[in-house]
Structures are given as C-alpha cells and as structure tokens.
Design a protein around this ligand. Structure first.
Ligand code: ASP
Length: 338
C-alpha cells in the first residue's frame, strides 16, 4: 500500500469538493506522476485480466475506441491472464499511477480478497475507481451433445454423474467460478472443475466438446447460442434477456437461488492524479452513450450502466458493498485458495 487509507480518503474528499487536490499540493504535478494537463500524450493501455476473445475483453474493446476518441489519444488493450484475473489486477496495482495503465475488471475484484490468502493488492486501497461499465447476465451453457435437455435435467444428471461431469471456469474468483460454486452449493454436488485463463478459450473447448458445461456472460455466449453451437439452459438474472427471449431464467427453470450478474468497472493505480481519473471517467461516460456501443451491447444481452454510475464515486460504493457481500458468501461456503 502506498499511503495510509486516511491520507487517501482525505485527498479524495478534498478533490471531490473541488478545493484543491491534496495529492497535487504534495507533489506539484497533480499527484502520482502523470501530467494531468497534457494527458494523454502517449498510448493508454487497458489491461484485461482474462483471455482475448472472452466477455471482459469484448466489452473492453467495445469502449476503447470511443474513449480514445474523447481523450484524443490511443488506447491499446492488453490481456494479462491468470489466477482468475488476479495476475492482471496485481500488475495494474503496481503500475505507475500516471493514467497510462488502466484495468478493466469485473465482479472478481470483490471476490478475490475473500478467496486468496495472499493476494498482493487490496481493491479499495490500491486502486482509484473510474466508473462502472455494464452489468452482464450469465448463461448456463453446455456442449451441444450433452445429454440433459433442461436445467432440471442437468441437476438430475450431475447428481447421478458427479465424478464424470466437467465444469469449466476462468480460474478461482472469476465470475464463471462463482456461478459454478453457486450451482454446486445449490445442488449439493461437487463437480470436476476445469480452469482456463478466461472463458474465451473455455467456450472454444465447450463448442469442441472437451468440457461439459459452464456459466458465462451473455457477452461471450450469445453468438454461440444463436448459432446453435452450444446448448443453453437458463439465464442467471431475475428477468429474461431481450436478445435471448426463449431462454428461461434460473427461477423459471427451478433454481431460483442461482442468480449472478457480472458488473464491470475501470480502475487505475492508487494515487493517479484526480484530474486524470476525471478525464478517464468523462471519456467512459461518452463511450457508454455512444449509439454503436449501446447497439453492440444490446445484441449481446447487456447495456451500459446509467451515466450516474459511470463515476468514481458510484463505482467505489459498489465495490465497497460487493466486497462485504462476497466476503460473507465465500466465508459461509468455506472455499479458500492458497
Ligand atoms: N467470463 C470470465 C469469468 O468467468 C472472464 C473472461 O474471460 O472474461 O470471469
């Protein structure tokens, strides 16, 4: 941790009421090393902590161009995969706080601290929040020739074949892992989990028949569901998804406890100058209002968050609330990784 949380909370509060940036007063250049006035004057990298082609990557690439246009710079997307998204997040936590290294992460930011004994970063302490991006439903999908026809059939099938059925995920703490954990705790069955670096490659293997089933965001599965390349059982949100109108919700399909949606947000390392955080947040808002982005998201079963949530404050409040929520769920589940 670079500073005490009290110092950073004070800096944030003073910056928020527009008096002066405490970080700027201390360093003379707006805080953590970036020159806010000329920002950006070099390429910005958005780190995606999962594989290329997966849902987190897809959402990032959607917003990168309109964000870059608003900022008047160039954005490069880099995939830094591993350990359920914690490798990429750790790399950004340790990056120079100058606004040139940004992280796109999802719900996993709030679950990892409860799952990993030594994580190497603290979400609230080591990052500045830029804004929320989108909240994406998950689907439960299987290889096309997997025997169960409905979600209820799937439950019956896994109960009878627990030692044979494989469940793919994107590593410990990934959204697919959490959804899989909920599936197993709801059904009372322990399955063989197959971890990938992201659900992009996991879905490829599912289509190829190498694994049996998994949960994944609609931003990855919609195309394969529409093309009939995977079997879809349910969507894990209270309401059906407009772009997948025939897919029942888990509640309709008889597993009401299984509800997960995957919120995404952008981060920069702690001590990034508030002016740069603000510029990034403004650019995010513009990207989320872009009709092209709205249309692409709608096709993939999601939508941008409302403008008031694409802010550092709303994002921080969500992260704080989710850290508490998941700490309790995970502690109750007894799952822990070294
Ligand atoms: N959908 C993945 C997850 O399970 C992450 C990804 O590949 O984007 O968290």
């Amino acid at each position: 941790m670079r500073t005490t949380s009290r110092f950073r909370a004070a800096a944030r509060m003073i910056a928020a009421i527009g008096v002066v940036s405490l970080a700027a007063a201390c360093s003379g250049n707006g805080g953590g090393g970036g020159d806010a006035a000329s920002y950006p004057d070099q390429n910005i990298t958005i780190v995606v902590p999962f594989s290329a082609g997966g849902p987190t990557d897809t959402v990032t690439r959607m917003i990168a161009e309109p964000m870059a246009k608003k900022l008047g710079g160039k954005i490069v997307v880099q995939n830094v995969e591993g350990a359920g998204g914690t490798v990429g997040a750790g790399e950004v936590a340790r990056a120079k706080p100058d606004g040139y290294t940004v992280l796109m992460h999802h719900i996993g930011m709030s679950t990892a601290p409860a799952l990993y004994k030594s994580l190497g970063y603290q979400p609230l302490e080591d990052f500045e929040t830029i804004g929320l991006v989108t909240e994406v439903p998950m689907t439960i999908v299987a290889r096309k020739d997997f025997a169960p026809a409905t979600l209820q059939d799937l439950v019956t099938h896994v109960k009878a074949n627990a030692n044979k059925v494989t469940l793919a995920n994107a590593g410990i703490g990934a959204a697919s892992h959490l959804c899989g954990l909920l599936f197993q705790s709801t059904t009372g069955v322990k399955l063989q989990e197959v971890p990938y670096q992201g659900t992009g490659p996991a879905l490829t293997d599912l289509v190829g028949g190498q694994v049996d089933f998994m949960c994944d965001q609609t931003t990855n599965t919609s195309g394969q569901i529409a093309a009939g390349k995977v079997k879809a059982y349910a969507v894990t949100t209270p309401e059906r998804v407009k772009s997948l109108p025939d897919l029942p919700t888990t509640t309709e399909a008889g597993l009401p406890e299984l509800k997960v949606s995957v919120w995404h947000g952008l981060y920069v390392p702690a001590e990034t100058p508030p002016e740069i955080v603000q510029k990034l947040s403004e650019a995010l808002k513009v990207a989320l209002a872009d009709q092209g982005v709205i249309d692409q998201m709608a096709k993939l079963g999601t939508a941008p968050v409302p403008a008031q949530d694409a802010t550092p404050e709303a994002h921080r409040a969500k992260l704080d609330e989710q850290l508490g929520t998941w700490a309790k769920i995970i502690a109750d589940s007894g799952v822990k990784v070294s």
